[in-house]
Design a protein around this ligand. Structure first.
Ligand code: AMP
Length: 193
């Protein structure tokens, strides 16, 4: 099964993907996590991605596309993949179609996790305060002004994918403001159909 979880930063894509991957024997592929790992390891991809990531901009398409195509060929992706944070624009979506076609696979569903973004920004601001109060460290791209910029990038670049996949009849929308358990249950039900 090949799935995409679509939604703005902070919608809970990663949390839900982790829960669904266990249940369905799939592999979550978070391009954000992959890029952060590349940065930590100091690879050429990581170095090239750094500036865009710190600003909350998308990293160049060729970087993520290359990383994803390599990764989905790994044996642990054979049963299926949940793309979390990819594709982020139409160029990436077309590249994904092409790489899946080359691999003889196809997308089964795109799950859009829809949220109230004002509530999301407020929730994130509270979380940042709590983390700082507890002496923790906040990732640069989770800080409120960068988060707002990432939301703007989401609207400009990524939200058009909703229509892209709706047109193909594979889009399913869930209410991401419900409790974490209830969102998981709704997604699981959609996938069992
Ligand atoms: P995320 O953890 O998915 O929110 O991603 C963190 C950051 O990594 C984003 O703000 C982008 O800078 C970069 N990133 C992650 N996935 C992609 C992608 N598919 N295309 C471009 N940039 C990405």
């Amino acid at each position: 099964m090949m799935l995409i979880f679509l939604g703005p930063p902070g919608a809970g894509k990663g949390t839900q993907a982790k829960r669904i991957e266990e249940k369905h024997g799939l592999r979550q592929l978070s391009t954000g996590d992959m890029l952060r790992a590349a940065r930590a390891a100091g690879t050429p991809v990581g170095l090239e991605a750094k500036t865009s990531m710190d600003r909350g901009d998308l990293v160049p398409d060729h970087l993520v596309i290359g990383v994803v195509e390599e990764r989905i060929a790994d044996p642990d992706c054979a049963r299926g993949v949940i793309f979390d944070g990819f594709p982020r624009n139409v160029v990436q979506a077309e590249a994904l179609d092409a790489m899946l076609a080359r691999a003889g696979r196809k997308l089964d569903a795109v799950i859009e996790i829809r949220v109230d973004e004002a509530a999301l920004v407020a929730r994130q601001a509270t979380r940042v305060q709590e983390t700082l109060r507890a002496g923790g460290k906040v990732r640069d791209d989770d800080k409120p002004d960068v988060l707002r910029h990432r939301l703007a990038v989401y609207h400009r670049e990524t939200a058009p994918l909703i229509a892209y996949y709706k047109g193909r009849g594979i889009l399913k929308t869930v209410d991401g403001m419900a409790s974490i358990d209830s969102v998981t249950a709704t997604i699981a039900k959609l996938l069992d159909r």
